[in-house]
Design a protein. Structure first.
Lengths: 270, 239
């Protein structure tokens, strides 16, 4: 249950898997993303509503075959240069895209967690996106209204970061919760990295507990969300988000940085 | 560009902020919309409710957040909800009256592109994509668009239609104000020091001009002071 991150990633993520790392600005599982890169996982279909720096790194290191997403940028800063290079120039390899709106992707995760084949929303009503994504019109059997059906997201592996877990592997998280619970419940296998492991989880208002019996591995990764943040532990490193623009703009500079800061270092906790 | 002690971007932010009322519930995106909404809360609309798509309802940040999910938004919010709940119960549930959208391109109908410049399969520039825009555009009554004016942004034909313009009530730019008249964005206001020809020249279609174009009231000292007191966390400025 509680395992070193390297072992959890090695055992639970296979080449070619559909892998979702979630965390909506908050609690982004960067340490786990770095471990996927160190373990040289290939041909992944990466799923994430807001692919930001962690997916820029995975894409730039050639781990991804396909990206399923709804907004791909560096929030408040600008472009994701590695993502753009992959889409615009096929470097380091072509990247197939399946793009959604936030509302559509959130509904697809909720459907996956609910063990339903599709989610339903009043969306994708017009514009060019419906032709570029997996959505079908559906008629409400009660009112006759036309709505949109989106196929459930069912990743092979869901990975999230949480503030803490107890020794049995129950994970507790609070603050902005994004789709953390949905991705764990929608996925066949799941990994939760945590800031700390405690004897007892004290109840907290507004906190969510994801019980150990829906998680395959809990791994200790203090600071594992950085440059994202863990509410109550450390703040978002906005300066790093700004600095990433220059680090990622140039292919060689990016690779040197990854060599020095990711490939050349071991996981933060054993 | 600075004229009369304020920049065109500051004029745009102030003019957008003025359109929010004290009882507005507003879906806020990052960047210029967040600047405008936070400015409104610090000036004439202290009770304006700011909703960020990260799930923070009634956020009251002390400084401008860099992202839609900065920790201070959750700490100061009336409620924090999950992302599926935000989009299903609150946005689709039509609990939010105003939505701000930005984009790379707008057409004369107020349709927006934030997906791609060039061909979708062989893009010249791959943009971030839809995010919340398609459903914001159809689920709130009043869509306010903020965009810097240029022929590359105000185009005859969008490269990709990310969201539809049916609910766009106003487009606030660094040059003036456009509003739909008989379904077509029409110039109704110009900022001080701007000529109508400047706006037409920065618009990629044959811009319709209202017969009663007014001049925007320049930022007041109070508005400017409040705007400049807003500083982004981290080192990125909003301009």
């Amino acid at each position: 249950m509680i395992a070193p991150l390297a072992d959890a990633v090695e055992e639970l993520v296979r080449d070619g898997d559909i892998v979702a790392l979630e965390g909506f600005t908050h609690l982004i599982p960067h340490a786990a993303g770095h471990e996927l890169i160190r373990r040289n996982k290939r041909d992944l279909t990466l799923v994430r509503m807001t692919p930001d720096i962690v997916y820029d790194q995975l894409i730039g290191m050639g781990c991804a075959r396909k990206l399923v997403f709804s907004w791909g940028g560096n929030p408040g800063v600008g472009s994701l240069h590695r993502f753009r290079d992959a889409v615009e120039h096929g470097w380091p390899r072509p990247l197939e895209l399946e793009e959604h709106s936030h509302a559509g992707m959130a509904a697809a995760y909720a459907a996956g967690a609910s063990n339903l084949p599709f989610g339903v929303l009043r969306g994708y009503l017009a514009g060019d996106l419906p032709a570029r994504t997996r959505v079908e019109p559906i008629i409400c059997p009660f009112t006759g209204e036309q709505l949109a059906a989106v196929p459930a997201l069912r990743p092979d592996v869901g990975i999230v970061h949480a503030q803490r877990a107890d020794r049995r592997g129950n994970a507790q998280l609070w603050g902005i919760l994004g789709v953390q619970k949905e991705v764990v419940l929608a996925s066949t296998r799941s990994i939760v990295t945590v800031e700390e492991i405690v004897d007892e989880l004290e109840p907290r208002p507004g906190a969510v507990v994801v019980p150990s019996w829906v998680i395959d591995a809990v791994a200790l990764a203090p600071g594992g969300a950085h440059p994202s943040y863990a509410h109550g532990y450390y703040e978002r490193d906005n300066d790093f988000y700004v600095a990433w623009d220059a680090i990622s703009r140039d292919r060689e500079h990016f690779r040197e940085w990854m060599q020095q800061h990711v490939l050349g270092v071991a996981a933060t906790a054993a | 560009m600075t004229t009369n002690g304020y920049s065109a971007d500051e004029m745009m932010a102030v003019e957008a902020a003025r359109r929010l009322d004290n009882d507005t519930v507003c879906f806020v995106g990052i960047g210029l919309p967040s600047v405008a909404a936070n400015l409104a809360r610090r000036t004439h609309a202290p009770d304006c409710v700011l909703v960020y798509e990260s799930g923070t309802i009634g956020a009251k940040p002390s400084s401008l957040p860099l992202s839609i999910g900065d920790g201070e938004l959750a700490e100061t919010a009336d409620a924090v909800v999950s992302v599926p709940e935000m989009f299903a119960y609150w946005l689709q549930g039509r609990r939010i009256g105003v939505g701000f959208l930005g984009a790379a391109q707008v057409d004369r109908r107020g349709n927006l592109n934030s997906t791609v410049i060039g061909d979708y399969d062989m893009p010249k520039v791959r943009l971030p994509g839809a995010g919340g825009a398609p459903e914001i555009a159809t689920s709130v009554e009043n869509v306010f668009v903020m965009l810097r004016h240029s022929p590359r942004a105000f185009v005859e034909t969008l490269d990709f239609m990310t969201s539809v313009g049916d609910n766009v009530r106003v487009v606030v730019t660094d040059l003036g104000i456009l509003q739909p008249r008989a379904g077509e964005l029409t110039l109704v206001g110009i900022h001080p020091g701007v000529e109508i020809d400047d706006v037409s020249g920065a618009t990629g279609w044959n811009l319709r001009v209202a017969h009663d174009v007014h001049e925007t009231v320049p930022p007041t000292a109070e508005e400017l002071a409040a705007l400049r007191a807003l500083e982004t966390r981290g080192s990125a400025g909003w301009q």
